[in-house]
Design a protein around this ligand. Structure first.
Ligand code: HAM
Length: 413
């Protein structure tokens, strides 16, 4: 679990503000769901045989003896929320959320046990047009964040549960004949969740998979038509993508469209966003059949991509230094007055001891354009010294004229 230092947090905030702007322009409404849900919700809906449920959940008993889990992902909580609040059946919804998720994974660069996601979930739209709209929206977000050149889209269709069952038997038969070439993890998955073997990063297993049957050949007519139509719309918009039959996602609830946005600039943990369709999930939480589709992006990974080019706007505009006890008390009141009347800008008061030289060093380091210097004499005269930190010029300004003077300097750049 990482600590977020000020610069990192500022980048997170920038991503969230930018992404929120795009989400709102597509008509998404923000929602909040709890960090804790009943364990059973995740184990049943994310899938008993997934890595998340098998070995990554933070699960504990609360004081009533109920088993709770810190959410490893957002989708099933949103579906539960929508169902319990009557927001899904026969309605069209576009929701988004942001917040921390928790998975007990092996930590490495870009992979943490607490990480931040922004997710979007849509309900009541079963056709490929909403899938396309979600992908257009993602593309717009990458453009707004300035990372679209470094991210590409990988797309697949997982068809229906029936197509997957037929495919699974073929895949298992193929792999059973080649057991000797499989790594330990894949052998285990062969029993529990064979499709996940397609995701394997082990080179020997990947080699073996090159000639394996692909899910694409097992799609039923409807899934195939849905996928073809989605691809047509993406082609019309000239949104580039690669069809990657090995994208099966690590959660059990998907059907038809699945996708991942991937970057090469982060090493092994290059998936910055993943999602797809989950038309069966609402029924699984006890609702009437309602199609759903969505995605979630990882802020930690996006923040790493932005780190080099992000220009901080943190820091001060005005830094107030003071000498002596009376001046120090006056500085505090003056700062309140400036904040109340200037209407913008960041005002930082030194609020500590220190020689003028060291206070001015702090003023420079704060990024402020203006320092205000107050001594005992200035207080008695009702004046302050205003120093322009870029040019070094300084002048005395009367207390009454100060706000006007600061507005001019700050507006002037
Ligand atoms: P996911 O692929 O498990 O999907 O996670 C989505 C994104 O969260 C990943 O692409 C990655 O950027 C980020 N992420 C996942 N695990 C970690 C980690 N340990 N450390 C840092 N970042 C991580 C879901 O969670 C689905 N709920 C997405 C979805 C929404 N599908 C439909 N609707």
């Amino acid at each position: 679990m990482q600590d977020l230092l000020p610069r990192q947090k500022e980048i997170f905030r920038y991503i969230e503000d930018t992404v929120r702007g795009v989400l709102e322009s597509y008509g998404y409404a923000e929602i909040g769901v709890p960090v804790l849900e009943s364990t059973q919700l995740f184990s049943r809906l994310v899938g008993e045989a997934t890595d998340i449920v098998e070995k990554e959940m933070y699960t504990f008993e609360d004081r009533n003896g109920d088993s709770l889990t810190m959410r490893p992902e957002g989708t099933v909580g949103v579906v539960r929320m929508g169902q319990e609040n009557g927001l899904l059946f026969n309605q069209i919804q576009r929701f988004w959320y942001a917040g921390p998720m928790f998975r007990h994974e092996r930590p490495q660069k870009g992979r943490y046990r607490q990480f931040e996601q922004i997710g979007a979930e849509c309900f009541g739209m079963g056709g490929p047009d909403i899938d396309a709209e979600l992908l257009f929206m993602c593309q717009r977000m990458w453009q707004a964040l300035g990372v679209s050149d470094e991210i590409h889209l990988e797309l697949n269709s997982m068809g229906t549960a029936e197509c997957r069952a037929a495919y699974r038997s073929e895949l298992v038969a193929y792999l059973e004949d080649r057991r000797d070439g499989l790594d330990e993890d894949s052998l285990r998955r062969l029993e529990t969740n064979p499709l996940r073997i397609l995701d394997s990063k082990v080179p020997k297993t990947q080699e073996l998979l090159a000639d394996a049957p692909t899910l694409t050949n097992f799609l039923d007519e409807e899934s195939q038509a849905h996928f073809d139509q989605l691809r047509r719309v993406l082609d019309q918009k000239q949104l580039p993508y690669q069809v990657n039959p090995s994208i099966v996602r690590g959660l059990d609830y998907y059907n038809k469209t699945v996708f991942e946005w991937v970057t090469d600039s982060l090493g092994a943990q290059g998936t910055v966003c993943g999602g797809g369709r989950y038309d069966g999930l609402v029924e699984q939480v006890g609702g009437k059949a309602t199609p759903g589709v969505g995605f979630a992006m990882g802020l930690d990974r996006l923040a790493m991509m932005l780190d080099d080019k992000f220009e901080s706007t943190a820091g001060a505009d005005v830094y107030i230094a003071s000498l002596g006890e009376t001046a120090r008390a006056y500085a505090l009141l003056l700062a309140e007055d400036i904040r109340g009347n200037l209407g913008h800008g960041k005002v930082v008061v030194h609020c500590a001891d220190g020689k003028l030289k060291s206070q001015m060093k702090k003023a420079d380091a704060s990024g402020a354009r203006v320092a205000i210097i107050i001594g005992e004499e200035e207080v008695s005269k009702g004046e302050v010294t205003v120093k322009h930190l870029q040019t070094g010029e300084q002048q005395s300004v009367s207390a009454e004229g100060l706000i006007g003077h600061l507005s001019e300097i700050l507006a002037g750049g």
